[in-house]
Design a protein around this ligand. Structure first.
Ligand code: GLY
Length: 494
């Protein structure tokens, strides 16, 4: 009997998920529920004899209706918002299995305060001190009282926007830093959190940590966590980590499970942290976590592997690094998650280094209105000949075959090689074959996967690791030492 799968979502990540599903030896039929018409996903639906529907993918009733209409065996939800809105719960209520966390476990990503409270309650390593505020006035009062180096964040996941890290180290600048923090707290409360009524906490103030970031993505059936190779995403819009934060301008992985700046021990610790949180979230919500869980992590002097955020999904573009090299059968893995026998599955990957480079229309990320509606010319054949592969991201296929930009990242170019720089060079050679027919510009980051950026990450990790190892020897892991005038040195216990 043919397996039928409904995929929810229409970004580059979902194109990679769709492709991994369609590689299955079970010859599945792919169906899709999307907001925009992703040409890559539509092609796979057609090729496998499936169909697609367009609509509000955060509406549980719409997804349940699509799943019933197509008589699918299970649903795979790509992005986080449908999970926050209870799509997985609604499907289960109808007896339709879903790869994607229910509303309870999805709080791990949706509410940063929930995640931090959970980590503290269950004493999961890699936790940070934090304060959550329900309104701007309370956050501002706290900021005025304490001159600290902090990360200010929207307390909800709001598409990766609104995080500002402020080092407050020099007493003579403290007044100015306080003003910057106050102003940003107001922006979070009044702009980033505007319209979100599904969460009480509005602003999160977290202790500031430094170090190289990386993403640990994994499948879980609630009992077992099966990790993917580590990936490192590059958030800033421009080369050398300059410019506004984006959803990610490109990412690197491999060869193998590690990154050049994360060692085996740190990888294992990262997996243990994610496992501990999956167990903790079930203890807290009473719901099994079935789907994808990702730790967005940082190597810090405080803990070594440290949680910055959680995703209840694959990262985008991080998914596009690892899914094309997944050798295990994606549909069989999904079935194992549904049946809670993921412990019997071996996730296998090609031993390759990978690089993904996102090409975005100018205007992204701050002026998406300007980045939207341009006709794109993407020469997939030339890109293939250069050793790359196109994953369509924010695109909308028109009835006449024109592909219009959706305002976010346009395509994600994947390439693999023996080393990260080799894969980067291949991806780079593909970039000229992505352009806009009306002459509007596109941009990408040529430095992603380059020797020079890799060296920078390795040096940063070495610096952090040196202090981390010292703290380990001195029994100071997770502890902050502060000097309080009049009281002297105090050690804050984690
Ligand atoms: N690449 C970051 C994210 O998926 O949110």
């Amino acid at each position: 009997m043919v397996v039928k799968v409904l995929l929810v979502g229409d970004a580059g990540r979902e194109h990679a998920i769709a492709e991994a599903i369609c590689r299955s030896r079970l010859d599945p039929k792919l169906y899709a529920a999307m907001r925009l018409r992703n040409p890559g996903i539509i092609r796979l639906c057609r090729k496998t004899g499936g169909e697609y529907v367009l609509g509000k993918i955060t509406d549980p009733a719409f997804i349940v209706e699509a799943a019933k209409k197509f008589h699918v065996d299970f649903v795979f939800v790509g992005p986080e918002e449908p999970l926050f809105h209870g799509v997985s719960d609604a499907l289960e209520a109808e007896g339709i299995p879903c790869i994607g966390a229910k509303k309870g476990p999805a709080e791990l990503e949706m509410s940063k305060a929930f995640m931090r409270r959970l980590m503290w309650k269950h004493k999961v390593p890699g936790r940070l001190r934090f304060k959550a505020f329900k309104n701007v006035a309370d956050a501002v009062a706290y900021i005025r009282e304490y001159a600290e180096s902090v990360a200010l964040k929207p307390a909800r996941q709001v598409g990766g926007k609104g995080v500002k890290v402020i080092a407050d180290l020099q007493a003579y600048l403290s007044k100015e830093k306080t003003q910057v923090k106050e102003a940003h707290a107001k922006i979070i409360g009044e702009e980033h959190m505007k319209g979100y009524t599904d969460i009480e906490d509005k602003i999160l103030i977290e202790e500031r940590v430094e170090g190289p970031e990386y993403t640990l993505q994994a499948f879980t059936d609630g009992r077992t966590v099966k990790p993917f190779p580590l990936v490192q995403d590059n958030k800033n819009a421009f080369e050398m980590d300059i410019g506004p934060e984006t959803g990610g301008m490109g990412s690197i992985s491999g060869p193998g499970m590690l990154l050049p700046f994360i060692n085996e021990y740190e990888y294992r610790r990262s997996v243990e942290i994610v496992q501990a949180c999956v167990r903790a979230v079930e203890a807290e919500t009473g719901q099994k976590y079935k789907g994808v869980v990702s730790g967005q992590m940082m190597l810090t002097a405080l803990w070594g592997p440290t949680i910055i955020e959680f995703y209840c999904r694959f990262g985008d573009p991080e998914a596009v690094n690892v899914l094309p090299i997944l050798k295990s059968d994606m549909v069989e893995v999904c079935e194992a998650i549904i049946d809670e026998r993921l412990n019997k599955v071996k996730l296998q990957f090609e031993e390759a280094a990978t690089v993904v480079k996102c090409v975005s229309p100018k205007g992204y990320p701050d002026r998406r209105d300007l980045a939207k509606g341009h006709p794109a010319l993407i020469d997939e054949e030339k890109i293939r000949r250069k050793g790359g592969k196109v994953y369509y991201a924010s695109t909308d296929l028109q009835p006449d075959g024109t592909i219009l930009t959706g305002g976010s990242r346009l395509v994600e170019i994947f390439a693999k090689g023996k080393t990260i720089p080799e894969a980067s060079a291949k991806a780079e050679a593909c970039i000229p074959y992505v352009r806009l027919a009306d002459g509007w510009g596109v941009f990408h980051r040529s430095d992603i996967g380059s020797e020079v950026l890799l060296k920078r990450r390795i040096e940063q990790a070495e610096l952090v690791r040196g202090v981390y190892r010292y703290r380990l020897r001195k029994g100071l892991i997770g502890k902050t030492i502060e000097w309080i005038p009049g009281r002297g040195k105090i050690v804050l216990e984690a």
